[in-house]
Write a protein that binds this ligand. Structure first.
Ligand SMILES: N[C@@H](CCC(=O)N[C@@H](CS)C(=O)NCC(=O)O)C(=O)O
Length: 194
């Protein structure tokens, strides 16, 4: 497998997912300054011209959420998703999608100090934080003792916010970010890979 990657990008999320799977993979460094992500070759892998992208033989996957779901299926032994037959599967898929459909855009509004009108497809960030707190419950992870790709997707958003020096104002979410960052393979955005 090849991960098209730059440490100063959201590709750090996909790298974390690969590492949690203990997958063998090659990092293909993409120079954003040189706009290597806009070349015809790269656009054939990710037509959006963004990082990350994963190539696994003939399979090409772009968007972090899709990469996480793809890897959870490919490496079932890593236990990073509730089984398809499990009652938790629906909540799992919902939370992975929620991370990009609601957590990320509402966080963007909040960082930019913009209001989130009800006509948008996502709630305001305070509501989103309340939803995530509720889903986390007593933790330690979104599915109790089972760490999953939903933690990588939802958690990385809050880790990213912390990188901006912004606190959530929610002690349970701060403790969750601390636990996520303590994982050996946790995303280290902005740092060269280990
Ligand atoms: N929703 C996408 C976001 C990807 C994304 O925005 N990547 C940024 C880097 S953090 C990028 O490649 N930006 C370069 C550009 O658009 O020119 C995902 O999670 O995969």
């Amino acid at each position: 497998m090849k991960l098209y990657y730059n440490p100063r990008s959201r590709a750090a999320i996909a790298k974390w997912a690969l590492d949690e799977c203990r997958a063998g993979y090659e990092l293909v460094h993409v120079d954003l300054q040189k706009r290597e992500h806009k070349t015809p070759e790269f656009l054939r892998i990710n037509p959006a011209g963004k990082l990350p992208a994963l190539v696994d033989g003939a399979a090409q996957v772009f968007e972090n959420a899709a990469i996480c779901l793809y890897l959870a299926e490919k490496f079932p032994q890593a236990g990073l998703a509730p089984l398809p037959s499990s009652a938790e599967r629906g909540r799992f898929l919902s939370l992975v999608v929620y991370s990009v459909a609601q957590v990320e855009p509402s966080m963007g509004d909040s960082l930019l100090k913009q209001e989130t009108p009800p006509s948008r497809g996502w709630n305001d960030f305070e509501t989103v934080k309340t939803v995530v707190e509720g889903e986390l419950g007593g933790g330690p992870w979104l599915f109790g003792e089972q760490f999953t790709m939903a933690d990588i997707m939802v958690g990385s958003m809050f880790m990213w916010q912390r990188l901006w020096g912004v606190k959530t104002g929610r002690p349970a979410l701060e403790a969750y970010v601390d636990r996520l960052q303590a994982r050996p393979y946790a995303m280290r955005m902005g740092q060269e890979h280990r």
